[in-house]
Ligand binder design. Structure first.
Ligand code: FMN
Length: 163
């Protein structure tokens, strides 16, 4: 059995829905176990035990969200040089941009020598005002379908030994 670890952080629910959609699709793939873990609860052991990763977080203040950054801060050195070549992909939930958060995750993954299997998937919620930004998010069906496709791709690649 190959193991896919999905680490997520979400403030207003958008990233969580994206991660759950990817997890549900990945779980339909026989031969892969899927672990969906909140960033605050995940650590080096979860990373070491997985064969591939999906990192999912919002972009806040032009950066990955603080809780997600804390996850990487806590795990970066404990697993350095021990994850080489493993597959990963990224989900970003953003109000209007998302590219900086995606770039930050990519730099960390490069340091770990992970292999990106897809471009970062950024979902834009178009939340611009403080009220919209603080409101619980509902990710649309089309965007959730993109997340499902990415989860399924990761899982299939792991199961087939392509990644
Ligand atoms: C403090 C804060 C800062 C934010 N900064 C950005 C930003 O720099 N770029 C952006 O695209 N969205 C920004 N947003 C919007 C969030 O990315 C957006 O609301 C997203 O849906 C949050 O994901 P979540 O629902 O998983 O928490 C910000 C939101 C908050 C609360």
């Amino acid at each position: 059995m190959k193991r896919l670890l999905i680490v997520y952080h979400s403030c207003t629910g958008g990233t969580l829905q994206m991660a759950q959609a990817a997890a549900a699709a990945a779980r339909r793939e026989a031969g892969v176990t899927v672990r969906l873990e909140a960033a605050a609860a995940a650590g080096p052991q979860e990373l070491l035990e997985a064969d591939g990763y999906l990192f999912a977080c919002p972009e806040n203040l032009a950066a990955m969200s603080g809780v997600m950054k804390d996850f990487f801060d806590r795990t970066y050195y404990p697993v350095l040089d021990r994850l080489q070549g493993r597959a990963y992909a990224t989900l970003i939930c953003a109000g209007s941009d998302g590219t900086n958060a995606a770039r930050q995750v990519e730099r960390i993954a490069t340091g770990w020598r992970l292999r990106d299997v897809a471009p970062p998937l950024i979902v834009c919620t178009h939340a611009q005002t403080p009220e919209e930004i603080l409101r619980p998010k509902q990710i649309g069906a089309a965007d959730l379908a993109r997340c499902e496709e990415l989860g399924a791709t990761l899982a299939a690649g792991l199961a087939l030994g392509i990644f």
